[in-house]
Design a protein around this ligand. Structure first.
Ligand code: NAD
Ligand code: UFG
Length: 331
């Protein structure tokens, strides 16, 4: 298939591009590089030994997206492009609505004109808000705790309306839990600008001595060791989940949301200890106040992914930490 990846140079997009190319698909990327490097494209080609097409453009530019769909005879789109920093979205909500919502409307207009009706959308476990029960299944009520989360919710609803309005649309919203780690080559991985907000990139920088100490946000949550629990999923498992989702959605008109996680939660302290085992040294950390907006625990019920997509995550926490460290060292 010919597959367009909006935001395909980013963290999840680049790993998915590798999985798609290795499975024999043709890949076209549209990215404006607002949160990624152009060099990632060469690295994807280096890993796979295959060529892809990369167009530097904003997904809000409908004519460019339309041209990319038509000229490359695109069969399906995976829509990664979006801004994703929760704190930044609180500071600057308009940027999030403008980029994430307008970008999706632009893409949908181009897809409708080009008669491309297969779409995989990058959603997030953030649409479940503060969980009412665990593990979280797809029937769990949705809510948003930040403008970022609200963009994901609004887009999901918009896509549902599109599917109701025209039965030829085939749309799957993938609700990712916490993607971590990197490709085994160490060539691509998660490269946040400045000081990382997320746990594993922060731990990687402490392990390599770039940052002195990790702050553990909260030691008194109602969890086994008092620190926050998340469903960490290896980035290559997540990438392979997109292939499974594409195969499924191609044969299933309508709209559906599916969780992509492992189904197991790990605490911050467990992640630190798993990383320590990989680097064979202590990771300095200090327990500090809770981070505003954080929840205690979040992990997925993964039955839908297993039954519908025939996909399960295979890699464990130590492989996630190993690949993260391998990428950090390669840098
Ligand atoms: P990322 O920032 O690494 O990748 C996003 C890519 O989109 C970047 O390359 C960026 O340059 C590009 N982009 C952004 N706006 C664009 C626009 N208007 N036009 C063209 N390109 C644009 O983020 P990621 O971690 O790879 O996330 C991909 C998607 O998955 C996002 O939609 C994000 O919200 C979602 N998601 C991520 C996580 C996570 O923890 N990483 C969790 C849940 C959901
Ligand atoms: N944490 C620390 N110290 C840090 C960073 C994080 O203790 O320096 C803790 C957090 O308190 C939390 C856990 O590590 O308990 C994971 O935090 P992350 O910031 O890595 O991830 P979140 O679960 O907060 O959020 C991530 C993405 C969101 C997405 C959500 C669900 O950043 O965009 O997963 O998919 F919505």
């Amino acid at each position: 298939m010919n597959i367009l990846l909006t935001g395909g140079a980013g963290y999840i997009g680049s790993h998915t591009a590798v999985a798609l190319l290795e499975a024999g698909h043709h890949v076209v990327i549209i990215d404006n590089f607002c949160n990624s490097q152009r060099s990632v494209v060469n690295k994807i080609e280096q890993i796979t030994g295959k060529k892809l097409i990369c167009i530097e453009a904003d997904v809000c530019n409908t004519p460019v997206v339309l041209k990319a769909l038509q000229e490359n005879q695109v069969d399906a789109v995976i829509h990664f492009a979006g801004l994703k920093a929760v704190g930044e979205s609180v500071q600057n909500p308009l940027a999030y609505y403008a980029n994430n919502i307008t970008g999706t409307i632009s893409l949908l207009e181009a897809m409708r004109t080009a008669d491309v009706n297969v779409l995989v959308f990058s959603s997030s476990a953030t649409v479940y808000g503060d969980p009412l029960y665990l593990p979280i299944d797809e029937k769990h009520p949705t809510s948003a705790t930040s403008p970022y989360g609200r963009t994901k919710l609004h887009i999901e609803e918009m896509l549902k309306d599109m599917a109701s309005s025209d039965p030829t649309w085939k749309i799957i919203c993938l609700r990712y839990f916490n993607p971590v780690g990197a490709h085994d080559s160490g060539l691509i991985g998660e490269e946040p600008q400045g000081i990382p907000n997320n746990l594993t990139p922060y731990v990687a920088r402490v392990a390599s001595g770039i940052l002195p100490q990790l702050q553990v946000f909260g030691g008194n949550y109602p969890t086994a060791d008092g620190t926050g629990v998340r469903d960490y999923i290896h980035i290559m498992d997540l990438a392979e989940g997109h292939l499974a989702a594409l195969n499924f959605v191609n044969q299933h008109p309508g709209w559906i949301a599916v969780n992509l996680g492992t189904g197991s939660g790990h605490s911050v302290l467990e992640v630190i200890h798993a990383y320590e085992a990989v680097v064979n040294s202590k990771i300095p950390f200090k327990i500090v106040d809770r981070r505003p907006g954080d929840i205690a625990s979040c992990y997925a019920k993964v039955d839908s992914a297993r039954e519908l997509l025939q996909w399960v995550a295979k890699r464990g926490l130590s492989e996630m930490c190993e690949s993260s460290w391998n990428f950090q060292r390669a840098k």
